[in-house]
Design a protein around this ligand. Structure first.
Ligand SMILES: Nc1nc2c(ncn2[C@@H]2O[C@H](COP(=O)(O)OP(=O)(O)OP(=O)(O)O)[C@@H](O)[C@H]2O)c(=O)[nH]1
Length: 378
């Protein structure tokens, strides 16, 4: 028989890949979602779309599940006397309490679509640093291959200091979610992203750019002492860049979409190779702990049962008890309809009638019932 820890091991992932789209306000997240959606439609691969931004006024694409249909953001702000950010956070928290239903819908579709897209609130930290954001991400990632897609506004990232802040933010999300991560340099129609790729490949190129920027822009990007910090950070981030995939796209023109989906496919492979086994280990560990706890409570129960009302040992052989406690144990009584079931002991009148423990047959005579009274009543 397969042990509980083996359950689910090697289970094939569903066909769909989930893409959680995250990005700073104005990075072009909504335009990107719209572009990806129309690109996939043009490839006859319509995605399953979820909108998790309760405050969005206009969604230029159809969402299969929309947080706004479940939670009224304006009403939440009014009822709880909250500002816009508090309102979004509370709306997301309320929605998270229903996420098992959402996941049910997603799982139902996960074999018939190739992609599940998740649009997140523009106030990025509400999703990335809230408990509900983690719950949603973890739940999704345990149900299907999941990739985090981080959108960057390329024209606004050309200053080394801004680039560094963006990368540090991306790094923090990567380490928080531990999911395959994809950097998407958006708006390449305005600013190609080669400079960013070069800085990621070669930290000396970044340090030179930093020096040059200081000479041309003085203290515009911050005080000079920041440079040595950024120089050191570029060395630290060098390791982080090795774990990243980066692509350039223009959500506006559609340029770079093929490369984007190549990278998503690679990220899915990474999920299968690195993330899924890790996830299975966590699930197995949880199961193992449950087993240990069960074994622990059984042994505690056995210890309790050993002492009868007059304090003497009832001396029930463990093998005798195991027969009744392990639902998988062979049952000599073929007509037992409770086999394999969890027994509600309080509902069974025959539970204490173990052969050697019938009243008067064990060394202790009568024995204790579940409520501490003697059973059967003397
Ligand atoms: N040139 C160019 N502009 C873009 C591109 N993608 C988005 N934009 C523009 O960038 C601005 C912000 O785009 P949105 O899609 O609203 O960005 P967002 O991240 O959803 O912004 P919030 O709704 O504030 O979270 C808009 O004016 C878009 O037209 C692009 O690839 N190229």
């Amino acid at each position: 028989m397969a042990s509980t820890a083996d359950k689910g091991k090697g289970k094939e992932s569903p066909r769909a890949t989930a893409m959680i789209v995250i990005g700073m306000a104005g990075s072009g997240k909504t335009t990107f979602m719209q572009r990806v959606n129309s690109y996939l439609h043009s490839k006859n691969q319509p995605p399953y779309v979820l909108n998790l931004d309760p405050a969005v006024m206009h969604l230029p694409f159809d969402a299969n599940i929309d947080i706004r249909d479940t939670v009224d953001y304006a009403e939440v702000m009014k009822q709880y006397n909250l500002g816009p950010n508090g309102g979004i956070m509370t709306a997301l928290n309320l929605f998270t309490t229903k996420f098992d239903q959402v996941l049910g819908h997603v799982e139902n579709r996960a074999q018939s679509v190739d992609y599940v897209l998740l649009d997140t609130p523009g106030q990025i930290e509400i999703f990335t640093w809230s408990a509900s954001g983690s719950i949603i991400t973890d739940a999704l990632a345990s149900a299907l291959p999941t990739v985090v897609v981080y959108i960057i506004d390329t024209p606004r990232t050309t200053a080394p200091a801004t680039f560094m802040s963006n990368m540090l933010y991306a790094c923090s999300i990567l380490y928080k979610t531990r999911l395959p991560f994809l950097l998407v340099f958006n708006k390449t129609d305005v600013q190609p992203h080669d400079f960013a790729l070069e800085w990621m490949r070669d930290f000396e190129a970044f340090q030179e750019a930093l020096l040059e920027r200081r000479q041309t822009h003085g203290e515009e990007d911050g005080p000079a002492y920041m440079d040595s910090l950024m120089n050191s950070m570029s060395l630290v981030l060098d390791e982080f860049y090795k774990h990243l995939r980066a692509v350039g796209v223009s959500a506006m023109t559609g340029e770079g979409m093929d490369e984007l989906f190549d990278a998503v496919r690679e990220a899915r492979e990474e999920y299968e190779k690195d993330y899924k086994p890790e996830l299975e280990k966590i699930v197995a560990e949880r199961e193992r702990k449950k087993e240990t706890q069960k074994a622990d409570s059984i042994s505690r129960m056995m210890r309790d049962m050993k002492v009868s009302s007059d304090g003497k040992s009832a001396a029930v052989p463990k093998s005798e008890l195991d027969k009744y406690l392990d639902p998988n144990a062979e049952d000599e009584d073929e007509g037992d309809e409770d086999e394999g079931e969890v027994i509600d002991k309080s509902a069974r009148t025959d539970y204490y009638e173990l052969p050697s423990r019938r009243r008067g047959t064990g060394p202790g005579g009568a024995m204790e019932g579940p409520d501490g009274s003697l059973w059967p009543a003397p």
